[in-house]
Structures are given as C-alpha cells and as structure tokens.
Design a protein around this ligand. Structure first.
Ligand code: KIV
Ligand code: ZN
Length: 432
C-alpha cells in the first residue's frame, strides 16, 4: 500500500509530438524578478532588481516579468522607476502579475500608468485541491471569477488607449487540473478578453507543482493547443517548475507539442525546486544548431550577477555554467578530450568527446578542462605539460611521469595543481 496516487495518465490519441524535433527557438519570458524573487530568503531590493533587469536585457530577453506590484511596495516602486526613468527599451515588454481580484487588478493598472506596452498577467488556481480546500469554490464559481475579472480588467484598459495592453491568463495549478476544466477556464478568459486578431492573448500553462512525467504534460499541451478557442490568436506559453527534476524535459516536449513561448528563470531559481532553467534550455537548442537569440557568450559574468542578486550559489555541476562542467578528472576522459582537441582543428562541427559544447562559446577557457587527481592518467598529465608548459613528452616518458604524478596524488589524496605537476617534472627530470 502506498499513500500516493498512481501516475496520472492522459493520452491524447492525436499525439503528433513523438516524432518531431524542435526547429526554432520559442519566445522567452524571464520571471527571475517575480517567481525567482518570491522564492528568495532575501527578496531583491529595487537596486538589485535593476541590476538583474539590466543584465536580462543585455542577455536579450524581450519579455521580462518584473514583479507583483499590487502585492509588494518594492515591486510597485520598481515598476514606476522603469517607466518614469524610461528604462524599457522599445523591443522589450515588461510583464506584471496579479491575482484575479478587483482591488489588485486596479492597483496593477495604476502601477503601469504611462507604460507604452505592457503584459498584464492575471492568474487564479483551477485544480480541485485549491478550489475545494484553499478557496472553497465550485467549478462554476471559478469560471465566473475568471469571466468577471477579465472583463473588469478589460474595462479599465479600454479607458487607457495610450498603452498597448497585452493580456496573459494563467490557470495556476494547470498541471493538477482536470484538462477539460483547464480548457473551460482558458476559453472563459479568451472570450472575456474578446480575443481577436487585434487583441491576441497569451495563455500560459504552468506545471505549478510538477507532478507528471514530461510526456503526460506534453499530451495535455497538445490537447489544449488543439482545443483552445481562437487558437490562431493565442500565444501558447508554458511555465514549468522542477519538482520532479524534469523541468527541462517538460519544456522541450511541450515545445514539440505546440507551445510557442517558455517562462523560466536563469539557472533554475524559483519556488521550491525552481522554475525551468532558461540558460540550460536555450543552450540545449544552441548545441542542436538553433540560435536561441539569447547571449550566453560570457556565462560566468551572468552567473556572477545572478548569484549576487539571488544570494544563492550555482551548483558546480549545473549544466553549462557549473565550475566543474568542463573539467575531466578521469584518465580515459582526459585522454579522449586531448585527442578530440587535436582532431577538432580540422573539423567544422564540434566533435570533442565528453564536451557537449565548446566552452569558448560560453566565454569559458580550456584551462580547467583537464585537472589531475588520483583518477587521472597520462593523457591529462601530458595535456597539462603541453598546454601550460609547452613540453611534449615522448610516449615512454608520459607513462613514466604519469605514474610519478599518480603516486603523488595517491599519497596526498588531493587534486594536483599544474604548478605541482611542473614542480614534480622539474624535480624528476630537470633538477638532476
Ligand atoms: O507556477 C505558477 O503556477 C505560477 C503562476 C502564477 C503562473 O507562477
Ligand atoms: Zn511559477
């Protein structure tokens, strides 16, 4: 017996995503300053938000969720600062979030006064445990809530034609909602907004708490995509979290299944196990030859800013950005990488074994790729001698010297730095 429900099954018989590959980058929304921020020990100050925001713009994000101005005074002031100090480039659209409550919607509209173009993101939870336990509402009441509040928002914005209003609706807890009811909720929002060619809508489907395998989520996305009203005027967005550690897979399959836009945070910050990591998914596309239109050519600098702003360290094994991800300790890997670099010189396509991406594309160096400890072999040691000290050792010498270095590593039980290897080399061959 187990206290957990068996895995949910949702199989959409028209499923077409199985045999596809992703062919182009989606549009991206960074929610670092909202979902990322709300999950921090110390939420960001206005200055910290500004520093992060400037970096997001530099990286190339065109849509940035900047906060929840009706719920936080800092967020309200931050939004005002962006607008009043003209800090929103023409090609960038900020997004502000609010619950479906009249007072909050009114304050949100007030927060963005004077903005040329803005996305207002209204959400309400739709899944049964939230309906029944948290809000005590029936399905009909939830649909009424959506209808009333979207119409209310629309009526406020109709009076302010100087702003271009873009509306995003999220059925929060979509991943736990009965698909038919999630569809009703989204279609209610689409109709209340009077979605049309001139008034498109973003429908954002979150795995608020990730609770299925990625294929089930993808099936739901495809089913929603095929059944939403006014589909050609809908931008279909997903907002994966990472509770099961499958946020990236969920997002990638969702793209195959019809999603056109992805929300997430840099390096996977966000509630609980984080939001989908935008850097990883973008660089996954990049390594398949698709330009993500985001600039990670100095990823260490981005990481430093993100760490400073969030006060959270990035794991050394985090894809693409972690300190150790371009490091090989084991001898066989070092040997393969060393041979790979030599072979690579005559190649167009990247082929170095064990390195899925050229570290130089991320502004990272090769220096730390080969590091030596008791697991290392002659390949790595001779690579360091060659690259750091310009010494090419004949094969017999490689074997002899690597056993000296390995003995030293075994005794010290520590990593052996290039300086130490050089000292051992001198001691063995030159000082005699
Ligand atoms: O995770 C979530 O459901 C959210 C929504 C409000 C989109 O952050
Ligand atoms: Zn979220």
């Amino acid at each position: 017996a187990t206290k957990y429900q068996p895995a949910e099954q949702f199989y959409f018989p028209k499923r077409t995503w199985v045999n596809k590959t992703i062919e182009k980058a989606p549009s991206w929304l960074s929610t670092d300053l909202r979902d990322g921020n709300q999950s921090l020990f110390n939420p960001m100050s206005i200055d910290t938000k500004l520093k992060f925001y400037n970096e997001l713009i530099r990286v190339g994000f065109k849509e940035i969720e900047v906060g929840f101005p009706a719920a936080s005074e800092i967020d309200f002031k931050f939004v005002r600062k962006l607008i009043e100090e003209n800090r929103i480039p023409d090609e960038v659209t900020i997004m502000v979030m609010t619950q479906a409550r009249k007072d909050l919607i009114q304050k949100t509209v007030e927060a963005v006064k004077g903005c040329k173009q803005v996305i207002v993101h209204i959400y309400n939870a739709t899944a049964k445990p939230w309906r029944e336990i948290v809000f005590g509402m029936t399905k009909t009441e939830v649909l009424e809530l959506i209808d009333t509040h979207v119409k209310y928002f629309k009526s406020l914005t109709d009076n302010i034609p100087s702003t271009k209003w873009i509306f995003q609706y999220s059925p929060e807890t979509f991943s736990s909602t009965e698909p038919e009811f999630a569809l009703d909720a989204c279609n209610t929002a689409i109709r209340a907004w009077e979605t049309s060619d001139t008034r498109p809508i973003i429908i954002n489907l979150p795995s608020t708490v990730e609770n299925t395998t990625p294929n089930v989520f993808a099936d739901k996305i495809e089913w929603m995509s095929n059944n939403l009203d006014c589909r050609h005027n809908v931008i279909l967005s997903v907002h994966p979290h990472n509770d099961r550690g499958t946020g990236i897979a969920t997002a990638e399959l969702a793209l195959l299944a019809g999603a056109e836009r992805i929300e997430g945070c840099l390096f996977g910050n966000g509630e609980r196990c984080g939001n989908l990591d935008l850097a990883t998914i973008a660089l996954n596309l990049y390594t398949h030859g698709i330009n993500p239109e985001l600039d990670f050519s100095n990823i260490n600098k981005i990481a430093k800013i993100v760490e400073e702003c969030t006060q959270l360290p990035i794991h050394p094994r985090h894809p693409y950005v972690g300190d150790l991800v371009f490091t090989a300790f084991s001898g066989s890997h070092q040997d393969a990488i060393k041979k790979g670099f030599t072979y690579q010189q005559a190649q167009e396509l990247w082929t170095v074994p064990y390195l899925p991406i050229d570290p130089a594309d991320l502004g990272r160096t090769y220096e730390s790729i080969i590091r030596v400890n008791s697991q290392s072999g002659k390949g790595g040691i001779s690579y360091i001698m060659e690259n750091n000290y310009g010494i090419t050792m004949p094969r017999r010498m490689q074997i002899e010297f690597s056993s000296i270095v390995q003995n030293h590593a075994d005794t010290s039980e520590m990593e052996i730095s290039p300086d130490e290897i050089w000292r051992l080399f001198n001691q063995t061959y030159l000082d005699k």
